[in-house]
Design a protein around this ligand. Sequence first.
Ligand code: AMP
Ligand code: ZN
Length: 132
Amino acid sequence: MTCLFCQIVKGEIPAQKIFEDEKTFAFLDIKPISTGHALVIPKAHLEHFDDMDAEDTHHVMDTVQKLAPKIMEAVGATAYNVGVNVRPDAGQAVMHTHVHIIPRSADDGLKSWPGMDVDNLEEINNKIEALL
Ligand code: AMP
Ligand code: ZN
């Protein structure tokens, strides 16, 4: 099995590594949405965000929380988005889960997702709760 991000972790493919510890690895996105756009991944090959157990999730999100303010400061941004695309229909292109850190600034031209006007929140909530 060849996985691009596993190869980056192993140093087989070059990347701009920002940080590494026992469980996590962070590097700059090769096609950034904004300057400083970075990816944080578990070193273990796990395809989807929901494949991570509580410990993996803790380590990855801990690294995100540690790095994001430093990245923001380094690139002179004033804010950041944290996001995960989970499965191809949501835009996941690399099947080794990763958390995007996207530095933001006022008037940077990036648009947030639009909200919908709806009248079925309770029905949706009931469906979700029934699965928990
Ligand atoms: P996603 O669409 O959430 O799967 O995001 C995959 C991200 O990986 C994209 O933002 C790509 O620009 C980025 N990417 C793909 N190949 C590389 C690479 N070799 N080094 C760094 N980032 C990469
Ligand atoms: Zn992998």
